[in-house]
Ligand binder design. Structure first.
Ligand code: GRG
Length: 302
């Protein structure tokens, strides 16, 4: 199968896994659940769960324990997008080619939907314990799930996505140094990518050295991914990205591109991507699709 066909098949598979874990729209709280599912079902590239499943397979993982973590990671990512689009933050009206959650459901419910989704992510990830109980070796299964939960929480929290985003919004409209911009990019965007690559490997039983290398790859790819996002915010096409161009200028954001320009940004993305692929090749495991996916992200158009 060529790369594009495999990408399509894997995206469809991730969507099917996610559907199994979405909350049911019922009860007095039905509307907020509809808002949650509106965001979760809006499409998106599904890169984080896809990468997670790839590292799981790369280290021989064959079970179903990965499913709750794939769903949880995409839920955390989506909760961050719902909040990121709010009027108090980026104030964006469109995402993934359709109205943002607050435009569709109103601001109070969108705030709640982001919170609900962040919490539901952990409710979902905990369901992995039910899966390992059925397995042959529940003790090592439990240990791996516990470690994966630790990574999920850490990479989402104050030392990861939430910490980076907090620093970002605090400095909106202010000049930042390259180090500050790099911290923000590595945490608000890189941390969930690091976590995704690590969790797949942890659940499959990879050793700590392999997991540490995957974290390094995630850090480089995450930084490159955010710089590419910032390039697309200047040079992208709204039809392809599904969101308005020029959000960073409108919000007076200091980005790698506002500091150094698009050309330097492209160069930096290439350097990071090459280093990540070098680290990938030093792992004693192979995954042709994941390697190509990491390579493609450097030139993505959406
Ligand atoms: C959830 C309580 C709570 C707070 C959220 C707003 C926030 C804190 C974090 C924002 C983090 C953020 C939006 C980082 C940008 C990451 C990024 C480049 C997102 C776009 O990712 P893609 O391109 O999107 O993978 P798709 O639509 O394909 O899923």
């Amino acid at each position: 199968m060529n790369f594009n066909d495999e990408l399509k098949a894997r995206t469809a598979h991730v969507n099917a896994v996610l559907r199994d874990y979405l909350p049911q729209e019922k009860g007095f709280q039905k509307t907020v659940i509809e808002a949650v599912n509106y965001s979760m079902e809006a499409g998106g590239k599904r890169l984080r769960p896809m990468m997670m499943e790839c590292t799981y397979q790369m280290y021989g993982g064959r079970g179903t324990v990965i499913g709750p973590f794939m769903a949880a990671m995409e839920m955390i990512h989506n909760s961050s997008l719902i909040h990121d689009d709010l009027p108090a933050l980026d104030n964006d009206a469109m995402r993934r080619g359709r109205k943002t959650t607050h435009k569709e459901f109103g601001e109070p419910l969108a705030i709640m939907a982001g919170d609900v989704l962040l919490n539901y992510a952990y409710e979902t990830a905990f369901r992995a314990f039910d899966q390992v109980l059925k397995a042959d070796d529940p003790v090592s299964g439990y240990t791996r799930v516990a470690e994966a939960l630790r990574v999920l929480a850490f990479k989402s929290g104050i030392n990861g996505m939430l910490g980076g985003q907090s620093c970002d919004v605090e400095h909106d409209g202010q000049a930042l140094t390259e180090n500050q911009v790099e911290f923000i990019n590595k945490t608000k965007t890189g941390a969930l990518i690091e976590g995704s690559l690590m969790i797949g490997a942890i659940l499959a039983g990879a050793d700590s050295d392999q997991v540490r290398k995957l974290e390094e790859i995630g850090s480089d790819i995450g930084l490159a991914f955010q710089i590419r996002d910032d390039i697309l915010d200047v040079t992208g096409n709204e039809q392809e990205t599904g969101k308005p161009i020029g959000s960073d200028v409108r919000n007076k954001k200091t980005t790698y591109i506002s500091l150094f320009g698009v050309q330097a940004g492209r160069h930096k993305v290439e350097q990071l991507s090459e280093r990540a692929l070098g680290t990938f090749d030093s792992l004693n495991a192979e995954h042709g699709f994941l390697r190509q996916l990491l390579e493609e992200l450097a030139t993505r158009r959406k």
